[in-house]
Design a binder for this molecule. Structure first.
Ligand code: NAD
Length: 470
């Protein structure tokens, strides 16, 4: 099928490349000339595993890039809208990009088209898109508006696309539903997974994936409900971690106990400095705003957001506990992206914390495997950027872990010990086993777990070794 994807950002670019891999002819449209030039020149503007391979496979063949929305819509049967939906200052989703694309689509409709919301949008956006299309002279029998929310996670987006927990399609007419089903048919009939060049799936992947058909409104609402629920899980475990800190319990042990309950599950139960990124913060605000607009005060979401904000203060308190005063301290920061595996720093709690520490008079030396370039533009003063974790740590009063990069989980502690002025690690992501870090000679602070120090590690290690030797 010929498909247009409007918006070549994290979602549009990945979805477009994946649609091409399924066998469709895809026109990716964007109005950012710099991004287009980079894409046309063979560059990959975002850090996303497997995306370079897919772009190399299909660029210039089944996948083309342009700024010509009109032409792309004319030649396509389905048009996916994947532009940004950032929050307004009052917390609602700013749908002006979606509206502007809808206007552009209206004038190019030359036969039946399905216009699909891929962006995360408030419920009833489909109805607005429909009205905009009609107001701009699109004939009512020549289009349907559908919802196909995207559940991919940055960092594993390509694999998430091909091996989703479910494909959610919201359509209010059978004609439209049939077209959407056809787009995903290579996945739902399993034929994609039998191809030799198919992107391999993770262990336990469900193939073919489950298809869920709903009304357009239900699909729109499901996406907001999912993101709000996941954010709630994160805030919940962070609140539990604060209680653990207060009573000397260990949140990792609590997590294991909770997460092994199949009704709860272990995912999104990692205590830390809070969620960030371009989705959870804005989607919670938007969901809250939609509910309020329709007369329901969704106060639970206020609390989720409040706990998330509080985590940053909670972490700062840990830094103060470890170092006493902050003015003039030199701190090594590992991680700037909002989570591991991406270069995305939008609403990154790591960036917010670096800014807070600079405000407190600290000098920061930071390293991130992928987000340095973006961070350099966001962080102006008080921050130096290092070439690797050990360079960042040179002469620092403490090492701070702010993003859960896999690379950081395998640090060479002996080498790190030689770089730091003081052997202090303050881990906002609970990446390490406290006893192991303490045994390497560090005083180790983490979230919702007791402080581990080399002295305690030595005391604990001695009887164990005696038993082992006897
Ligand atoms: P993004 O900012 O990375 O990309 C948006 C793209 O749209 C940009 O390249 C921009 O230039 C382009 N654009 C804006 N207006 C345009 C117009 N009028 N014509 C053509 N192009 C235009 O955003 P994103 O992270 O890809 O998110 C897009 C949507 O998907 C959002 O609603 C987001 O909530 C949702 N979403 C994002 C993720 C994620 O992990 N990033 C996951 C699921 C859903």
């Amino acid at each position: 099928m010929r498909i247009a994807v409007v918006g070549s950002g994290y979602v549009g670019l990945v979805a477009g490349a994946c649609f091409a891999d399924l066998g469709h002819e895809v026109s990716l449209v964007d109005n950012d000339q710099e991004k287009l030039a980079a894409l046309q020149a063979g560059q990959v503007p975002i850090h996303e595993i497997l995306l370079p391979e897919l772009l190399a496979r299909h660029r210039g063949k089944r996948l083309t890039f342009s700024d010509d929305l009109h032409a792309a819509v004319k030649e396509s049967a389905a048009v996916f809208i994947a532009v940004g939906t950032p929050p307004t200052e009052h917390g609602e989703a700013d749908l002006s990009y979606v509206e502007s694309v809808a206007r552009g689509i209206a004038t190019a409709i030359n036969g039946y088209k399905v216009v699909v919301e891929k962006s995360t949008v408030p419920v009833y956006t489909s109805e607005w898109i429909r009205r905009i299309l009609l107001r701009n002279a699109a004939a009512p029998d020549l289009f349907d508006v559908a919802s196909n929310p995207e559940f991919m996670r940055e960092g594993t987006a390509v694999v998430d696309f091909f091996y989703p927990d479910r494909i959610l399609l919201g359509a209010n007419s059978e004609r439209c539903a049939a077209m959407l089903r056809e787009i995903y048919a290579p996945m739902t009939d399993g034929s994609y997974y039998r191809r030799s060049e198919a992107i391999p799936g993770p262990e336990g992947a469900q193939d073919p994936p489950r298809l869920i058909m709903t009304s357009t409104q239900s699909a729109e609402l499901t996406k907001h409900a999912c993101n709000a629920f996941l954010a709630m899980k994160i805030s919940y475990i962070n609140a539990v971690a604060s209680v653990c800190d207060a009573v000397g319990a260990d949140v990792q042990q609590v997590r294991e106990g909770m997460g092994s309950d199949r009704r709860i599950g272990p995912n999104f139960l990692n205590a830390g400095i809070g969620y960030g990124g371009s989705c959870f913060p804005k989607d919670l605000k938007a969901f809250r705003a939609v509910a309020r607009e329709r007369g329901y005060e969704f106060r639970l979401l206020d609390e989720v957001m409040r706990i998330n904000e509080e985590q940053r203060e909670h972490f700062l308190k840990k830094v103060r506990n470890a170092l006493w005063t902050l003015r003039g301290k030199r701190l090594a920061v590992l991680g700037l992206a909002f989570k591991g595996g991406t270069d995305d720093i939008r609403e990154s709690p790591a960036i917010a914390l670096v800014e807070m520490l600079v405000q407190e008079g600290c000098q920061i030396s930071a390293y991130d495997p992928a987000a340095m370039e973006r961070a350099r533009q966001a962080l102006k003063s008080g921050v130096e950027f290092a070439g690797n974790p050990y360079e960042a740590a040179r002469g620092a009063d403490a090492l701070l872990i702010l993003t859960d990069w896999e690379e950081f989980a395998k640090l060479d502690w002996k080498r790190m010990r030689n770089q730091l002025k003081d052997p202090i690690v303050i881990d906002g992501r609970n990446l390490y086993d406290p006893a192991a870090v303490a045994e390497s000679g560090f005083t180790y602070y983490s979230m919702g777990r007791p402080v581990a120090s080399p002295e305690e590690a030595a005391v604990e290690a001695t009887p164990a070794r005696k038993i082992g030797n006897s």
